[in-house]
Design a protein around this ligand. Structure first.
Ligand code: ADP
Ligand code: MG
Length: 744
């Protein structure tokens, strides 16, 4: 590398970009001047270019620590296309290939007049656990380390949304290898997390470059979903009018499969699902299909997306609410990287927050659980076994009765407290471990830490809920949270701002309408007036009310618990309507954004800004009193359309294909096929014997009897061997229910 090469020239010649993006040049200048730097820039803003370009101008090696093992190959390939001398070393490589790369790394660097050949390896990507490998440390000690890059640096902080204990080793490595300069990068770090990162890395004097979090081309929306059915209906309605490519983030693996099948079968959309339990080849295939534009829709868990840089994603729909606003903004931010208008939509059901609260409890082991795990390992690792003993979290769960998630957390904590040492291992789930003493004081310290973490996670969740429930500008809520105080300008800001604009335009109240598409006029029809009465009732109430109680109030129920409401202005106003229709009306108003639900386990209703505006203007709200259950109605329509597909499964079964073969043939999941079969069994179109072997049937029937009810599958599943899936259980349950019905 000749010293005359300037960053600007390299940018054009090697990267082919005309100009730096905000923050890039500044960060590179700091690094070249030998100043440690923290870069907080949004996803897609071009953080990688900072270290890639600096690496070419620095004399030694650049070591990049990243948790994203699955993306390393792609990142290195991308660099290779630009002739950057980069490599990665991780567990996806054979041992022989790993040693070959280590030798290449340790061989001397040659200065070269031209980027590309002959420079030796200059950029090395590894996961943090690699820092524990002796062979790697040895190779690294033989080369001058110019730049240490910590990507996804928020993983260092317990206050971030993705704390990874392995990141704690980076500080030691930094002390050992003494890079000339250190760069920490992340897309999401609150001021508190930023402080934590520089402290944990030992670079308190680091320069900080924090560029705008505002993404003016994104529009933020939250849709109230009273329950799971409503979510599906809202998703369908959304997909019907959405344009372009999109990502749907769901909370569970099963949901990803179901929603993808739903989009594919009933809406004719080409969709893929993606989650952590798929094998690597299937994941890569799904990702490639989406990245190449072959497939416009991916339904995924949060395992999908880090590093996804398809520029033309037009929407990110969250089917389930993430546990923190950082996580939400990072995922939603995958929309609109090309700068064109894109939508970030959150389906919000208060149940989601209740579920997160459950998770938070579930991954917080207490002192006695920590002791139990430690004792178990101590007993298992008899002296002489040495550090080669393999124990899996599953085995620990089985022996101690402590849930697997908690076990995982406990192991991490014990290791961080040096009561345990784990060796990096190739075999997934297997964990060679060395057990060290766990003094009572250490145990107390860990427990305190667990309690703090739990509180912190609750606080993160509260902020996420605030975002979902706020009447204020959602963009401002996000930016304020990240400590970005620049103006929150955007052409189309968020649903709340839009509702306010609608009201503001209404010097004349008639321009407030139920839908932006319908012309303004005052409420006239019976159903329109009914909608206003519901809103009026909520507005008048001095205390909070839930959905069911509100319906009972309007119905005029004289149940005992309704006593306090009998004096209400609108009590028994809808005495003539069936309660289910009243409930349906309330749900429609929720889903259309006139009402909102707040609070976790027992949610209560409030008027949204849009509801207040409509009430004030006595505006027409388009609801349909005759539709008893909008969600159910849409579902049955979907089911009708899907009738063909269920029938086809039945025909293929009759032709002698197994469910697995049918799934393969039709490119559907086995789960979907079994759900068809369950339906066919319920409708008496298929015999249970044709689907589930006799002995398995018997096992499941015994479990149903023991569980005492077939209303929920999980207690039944818990009584059965692991390999009997929910899908198979469902088939037997359907047959069982039918038999019960016949007997009764
Ligand atoms: P981040 O890591 O911040 O999420 P990346 O480093 O993956 O973002 O960069 C996102 C995209 O922006 C990449 O496709 C990259 O090539 C592109 N990019 C980076 N810097 C520039 C630049 N100065 N001009 C144009 N495109 C750039
Ligand atoms: Mg990146």
């Amino acid at each position: 590398m000749t010293t005359s090469t300037s960053p600007q020239r390299l940018l054009q010649e090697t990267f082919g970009f005309p100009a730096f993006r905000p923050g890039q040049a500044e960060a590179i200048t700091h690094l070249l001047a030998g100043h440690d730097t923290l870069v907080v820039m949004p996803t897609g803003s071009g953080k990688s270019l900072i270290y890639q370009l600096a690496a070419l101008l620095l004399p030694g090696v650049t070591l990049v620590i990243s948790p994203l093992v699955a993306l390393m190959k792609d990142q290195v390939d991308a660099m290779a296309r630009r002739h950057l001398p980069a490599t990665f070393i991780n567990s996806s490589l054979t041992a022989a290939e790993q040693s070959r790369r280590l030798r290449a790394l340790a061989s001397p660097l040659r200065p070269s007049p031209k980027v590309g050949e002959g420079m030796g390896v200059r950029i090395v990507l590894v996961a943090p656990e690699r820092l524990r490998s002796r062979a790697f440390r040895e190779a690294l000690s033989r080369v001058p380390l110019s730049l240490l890059v910590v990507d996804e640096a928020h993983c260092l902080s317990q206050w971030g949304h993705d704390f990874r204990p392995d990141y704690l080793h980076i500080a030691d490595a930094r002390a050992e290898f003494k890079p000339s300069v250190t760069l920490a990068m992340t897309a999401t770090a609150t001021p508190r997390v930023q402080d934590d990162i520089v402290t944990m890395l030992g670079i308190p004097q680091a320069e900080r470059i924090i560029t705008g979090f505002n993404r003016p081309n994104l529009t933020f929306e939250v849709l109230a979903a009273p329950d799971e059915r409503a979510k599906l209906a809202l998703t369908q309605a959304f997909l019907k009018q959405a344009e372009g490519a999109g990502i749907i983030y769901a909370g569970t693996r099963r949901d990803t499969e179901e929603i993808a099948a739903f989009a594919q079968e009933t809406m004719g959309l080409r969709a893929r699902y993606y989650h952590g339990a798929l094998d690597a080849a299937t994941r890569t295939e799904a990702q490639d299909a989406f990245m190449s534009g072959d497939v416009p829709l991916v339904v995924a868990t949060n395992a999908f997306g880090m590093g996804i840089d398809r520029p033309d994603v037009r929407f990110v729909l969250h089917y389930a609410m993430p546990g923190s606003l950082e996580a939400y903004y990072q995922e939603a931010g995958r929309a609109g990287r090309d700068g064109l208008p894109a939508r970030a939509v959150l389906l919000y059901s208060p149940k989601d927050s209740a579920l997160h609260e459950f998770f938070i409890e579930n991954d917080s082991p207490d002192a006695s659980e920590l002791r139990t795990v430690h004792n178990f390992l101590k007993r298992t690792a008899a002296p002489g076994d040495g550090p080669d003993l393999g124990v899996s979290p599953d085995a620990i769960e089985q022996a101690t009765g402590i849930g697997k998630t908690k076990v995982r957390v406990a192991l991490e904590l014990l290791e961080a407290a040096k009561a345990l040492r784990r060796m990096p291992s190739e075999a997934f789930g297997q964990m060679p471990v060395e057990v060290l003493p766990l003094p009572e004081t250490t145990l107390q310290a860990i427990s305190k830490q667990v309690a703090q973490r739990r509180e912190h996670k609750r606080a993160l969740l509260d902020i996420m809920i605030t975002y979902a429930e706020t009447d204020a500008c959602r963009r401002r809520t996000i930016l304020q949270y990240f400590g970005d105080h620049s103006p929150a300008d955007a052409p189309i800001c968020c649903d709340n701002c839009l509702a306010r604009e609608e009201t503001a335009e209404a010097g004349d109240p008639l321009s407030v309408t139920g839908s932006a598409l319908t012309p303004a006029r005052p409420a006239q029809s019976q159903s329109e007036r009914a909608a206003l009465i519901v809103l009026d009732t909520v507005a008048r109430l001095e205390w909070e009310i839930g959905k069911g109680t509100l319906a009972n109030l309007l119905k005029g129920s004289h149940a005992k618990k309704m006593q306090p409401y009998t004096g209400e202005h609108n009590f028994a106003k809808f005495a003539a309507l069936p309660t289910r229709e009243i409930e349906s009306l309330v749900e429609q108003l929720l889903m259309a954004g006139y009402l909102k639900q707040t609070g976790g386990g027992r949610p209560t209703l409030r008027l949204s800004p849009r509801g207040e505006a409509a009430l004030k203007a006595r505006a027409a709200i388009t609801v349909d009193l005759r539709v008893v259950q909008p969600a159910a109605a849409q579902r049955s329509k979907a089911k009708q359309q899907a009738g063909g597909t269920v029938a086809l499964t039945g025909q293929m079964l009759a032709r002698g294909l197994t469910p697995e073969q049918i799934a393969a043939e039709r490119a559907l999941t086995v789960y979907t096929i079994y759900s068809h079969l369950a339906q066919l069994i319920a409708d008496q179109q298929v015999e249970l014997d044709a689907v589930v072997p006799r002995d398995t049937q018997e096992q499941i029937r015994a479990a149903i009897e023991k569980a005492g009810s077939a209303a929920y599958l999980s207690p039944i599943k818990a009584l059965l061997p692991e390999e009997i899936s929910y899908e198979v259980i469902r088939c037997v349950v359907e047959a069982w229910k039918r038999e019960q019905g016949a007997a009764a």
